[in-house]
Structure formats: structure tokens, C-alpha cells
Ligand binder design. Sequence first.
Ligand code: GTP
Ligand code: MG
Length: 201
Amino acid sequence: MLIRDANYIGSFPKFTSLPTPNLPEYCFWGRSNVGKSSIINLICDRKDLALTSGTPGKTINFNFFNIDSTFIIVDLPGYGYARVSKKMRYSWDEEIQKYFMKREALVSVFILVDISIPIQDSDMERINMLGESSIPFVILYTKSDKCKKLELTKNITNYESKLSEQWEDLPLRILTSAEKRIGKKEILEYMEKYLNSIQSN
Ligand code: GTP
Ligand code: MG
């Protein structure tokens, strides 16, 4: 699958303010600065569709993008950004929880973890939450260009053994780098599988 046309729909502050669901939705979630917006730009082949920044906390609100009038990509605000007030973090966690639990158009969550650094508890907590809530999700390992091969292998092994302590079946994991343009094909293949299955029904 190739994305031909990607358009920004809008930015929505609350679950209740989201547009009426009319197409399947895929969302991108992960710690602030992990590279969510950069991965969206990579798969859409656009430089600035989703706004990126070196400063964490760039994406606030639910940002919706229409992809080829076929599906929706949702860029979510990151978690774990210390400079956001506790109250704001809490309300965002709540809004995202509502989205995960109630949004009937949601097909799958892409949860991004920075694979150039050791495993983070905040990521494991979210991954376990998704698994326990039976929400379909894929793990994207980001920023793989930032570390040497040996360290990359070590970090991946650590993640997977930690995941295996909790889960018998591991979700799909995709190694990515927005910088080196790695992982685009695999992400699009995964998205396409579901779209094909609903079209053939
Ligand atoms: P928030 O919206 O703040 O939660 O961040 P985000 O997860 O959307 O991250 P964003 O895509 O804005 O990227 C954050 C920073 O990481 C930017 O400076 C990017 O250039 C950088 N970055 C993103 N992906 C990669 C990557 O694959 N490799 C490297 N080296 N840097 C990356
Ligand atoms: Mg962002």
C-alpha cells in the first residue's frame, strides 16, 4: 500500500469533541519526543504533515489526518513529559483512556518506544494496559539509527524478555527510524491487512 493523499482534518481537545467516526482509525501513542509525529510523516511521505519538535510536548490534542479518504491517522499527545502540570497530564490520560475504550472506529494502536535507550517503566505500564484491555496494538521501536547494532540488539532483547514475562503471545514489533526511513513498508502492510479484510466483507 502507498499513501497518495494525506490531509490534516483538525485538532480536538477532548474525546467528546472528536469528529463523528466514519472511517477506520489508527492512532500513534508513546512518550513525549519518542517520534510519533515523525513516523506519521514517514509513512505519509510528507515533511511537515504532523508537526515535530526537538522539545517534548509538541503534539497536544487529538490530531486527525484523513488518508486517501480510506482511513484516519490520529496523532496523540505523548505521556511522561515532566513540564506538563499534573492536572493536565491526568486529564490527558483520561481523554486517551476514553478514546481507547469507547471509540468504535479505532482499529489499532501503534505504541512507540525509543529503542536507543533502555526499557522504560512508563512504556511497559502502557503496553500492559493495552494488553489487559484487549486493545489491538503494535509496538514500534523508534530511533534505531541512534545506537550501535550491539546496543540495539541488547535493548530489543531486554524489551522482548520483559514482555515475555507478562505475555505468552507478543504483539507485532516493527523496527523503525524516521531518520533513516526504516519501517515504513511494514507499518503500511499491517494497516493494509485490516483495510483489505473489511473491504472483502
Ligand atoms: P511529542 O509530540 O512532543 O509528544 O513528540 P513526538 O513523539 O511526536 O516526537 P517528534 O516526532 O516530534 O520527534 C521528536 C524529536 O526526535 C525530533 O527532534 C525528531 O527530529 C527526533 N526524531 C524523531 N524520529 C527520529 C529518528 O528516527 N531518529 C532520530 N535520530 N531522531 C528522531
Ligand atoms: Mg508529536
